[in-house]
Design a protein around this ligand. Structure first.
Ligand SMILES: C[S@@+](CC[C@H](N)C(=O)[O-])C[C@H]1O[C@@H](n2cnc3c(N)ncnc32)[C@H](O)[C@@H]1O
Length: 353
C-alpha cells in the first residue's frame, strides 16, 4: 500500500487581518469584521466561538428577511462567513479555555506546532473524534466500527439489514468478493462474517483507506485487501460477489467540492457497470444498495440501475428487495414526510451472457 496522505481541514495562514475577540467584546463589531472579509480570532473560551456563530446565524436570518435573499446564497454566505471565525492550535491542542480535546489534531497535523483552523472545521473534527472514540454499534456486526475522520459511516441501518438478509438467503460461491467504496468497512465486515475467503475493498477517499488499515489491525483481520483509488483500482480478480453502496444523489455540477459518498456524477454508474462486467464470474452476483430518495428528490432523473438494465443489456435482474426507512425522531415536518416514503433497495444483478 503506498503512503497515502489524509485529507484534513485547511490550515488558515498568510497575512490576515484579524480581530481578537473575547466574550465581553462587541458582537456587532465582530459581525462587521466578518462581513468585511476579515477574520475573528477567538481568544478566551471555546463557548465564545459558539456565541459568535449563533450571533452570525441570527444576523443572516434577519438580513434574509430584509432582502428576501435566496436560500442557497444565504447558506453559502453562512459557510463562507463562519469559516472566518478562527481558533489557534498550539502543540496539537486548542488554545482557548474549556475546549474539547480533539485527538485528530495530533493525528492529522503532526508536523505543525502553531496554526489556526476555522471554528466550523474544529466543530467537525470534534464530532468526528467523538464518533471515532465511542465507536458505533452496527446491527448484524459483532463489533463496533470506529470511523476515521472524513470517512463515511451509516447512521441508518436498513440497507445493512437488507444486505445481511440477502447474504443469508442466497446460495453462492464464497471464494472472492469486492466491496466498492468501503467507507468505514461495514459491508466488508458483513462479507467476512458470511464466510467470504478473499475480499478486496476499495475507496477513492484516502481517509477511508487509512481508517480501514487501522480497523483491520485492531480486529486482526487478514483476508481483506485494501485498494486506494477509483472503482476497482487495479484489481482484475474475478469475483463471486461485487457489492456497491454508491452515493444516492445526482449532481450536474462540479463534483470536486462535494462529498462523493453522497453525490454522484452521471458518468459514475456507466463506468461502474462496464468495469464490474469484466470482473464478475459467469454466475457471480452484482449487488447495489440504493434508495428511492432519487425519485423523491429528482423525479425526472433516470434511475441509474433501471437505465443499465434497459439499455446496457449486460445484466439481468436477479432480485430486488425493499425496506422502508424507519422514521427519524427529530426532523422537520417536511423531511419527515419525505422520510415516511423513503425506501431502501437492494438490487442483485447477474450477467446476461
Ligand atoms: C455511501 S458510501 C458507502 C460506504 C460503505 N460501503 C457503507 O455502506 O457504509 C460510498 C463510498 O463510495 C466511495 N466512492 C464514491 N465514488 C467512488 C469511486 N469512483 N471509486 C471508489 N470509491 C468511491 C465514497 O468515498 C464512499 O466511501
Amino acid at each position: 500500500m503506498p503512503n497515502i496522505k489524509a485529507q484534513r481541514p485547511e490550515i488558515i495562514q498568510g497575512e490576515l487581518e484579524v480581530l481578537a475577540f473575547s466574550r465581553h467584546d462587541d458582537l456587532e463589531e465582530a459581525i462587521e469584521v466578518l462581513l468585511s472579509g476579515k477574520y475573528v480570532l477567538i481568544l478566551d473560551f471555546y463557548s465564545t466561538g459558539l456565541l459568535l456563530l449563533n450571533e452570525l446565524k441570527a444576523y443572516l436570518r434577519w438580513e434574509e428577511k430584509q432582502k428576501f435573499q435566496e436560500e442557497r446564497s444565504k447558506r453559502r454566505n453562512f459557510r463562507e462567513l463562519s469559516h472566518r471565525i478562527i481558533l489557534e492550535v498550539s502543540h496539537q491542542r486548542l488554545r482557548v479555555k474549556k475546549a474539547p480535546k480533539i485527538g485528530w489534531l495530533k493525528i492529522l497535523y503532526p508536523e505543525q506546532k502553531e496554526f489556526a483552523l476555522s471554528f466550523p472545521d474544529i466543530q467537525g473534527l470534534n464530532s468526528a473524534w467523538q464518533w471515532y472514540e465511542k465507536g458505533i454499534q452496527i446491527p448484524t456486526l459483532p463489533h463496533k466500527i470506529h470511523p476515521w475522520y472524513g470517512s463515511y459511516f451509516p447512521t441508518r441501518f436498513e440497507h445493512i439489514i437488507l444486505f445481511d438478509e440477502y447474504l443469508k438467503a442466497n446460495q453462492m460461491q464464497k471464494e472472492n468478493a469486492f466491496d466498492l467504496g468501503v467507507g468505514s468497512g461495514v459491508l466488508s465486515f458483513q462479507l467476512q462474517n458470511h464466510g467470504f475467503k478473499n475480499i478486496q475493498s476499495s475507496d477513492q477517499n484516502p481517509n477511508a483507506i487509512i481508517g480501514m488499515v487501522e480497523e483491520l489491525k485492531r480486529l486482526n483481520i487478514s483476508n481483506i485487501e485494501l485498494l486506494y483509488g477509483d472503482l476497482f483500482v487495479e484489481s482484475a480478480v474475478q469475483q463471486d460477489l461485487i457489492v456497491f453502496n454508491p452515493p444516492w444523489l445526482p449532481t450536474k455540477g462540479n463534483i470536486e467540492n462535494l462529498d462523493t459518498a453522497i453525490y454522484y456524477h452521471e458518468e459514475l454508474f456507466p463506468r461502474f457497470f462496464e468495469q464490474a462486467f469484466d470482473r464478475l464470474k459467469p454466475d457471480g452476483q452484482l449487488v447495489l444498495l440504493f434508495s428511492n430518495l432519487l425519485k423523491l428528490t429528482h423525479p425526472n432523473e433516470k434511475h441509474p440501475i433501471e437505465e443499465e438494465l434497459e439499455n446496457g443489456r449486460r445484466y439481468i435482474k436477479h432480485a430486488l428487495l425493499k425496506k422502508p426507512v424507519a422514521q427519524a425522531s427529530k426532523k422537520t415536518k417536511r423531511n419527515l414526510k419525505r422520510r415516511e416514503q423513503e425506501i431502501v433497495e437492494l438490487w442483485s444483478l447477474k450477467r446476461s451472457t
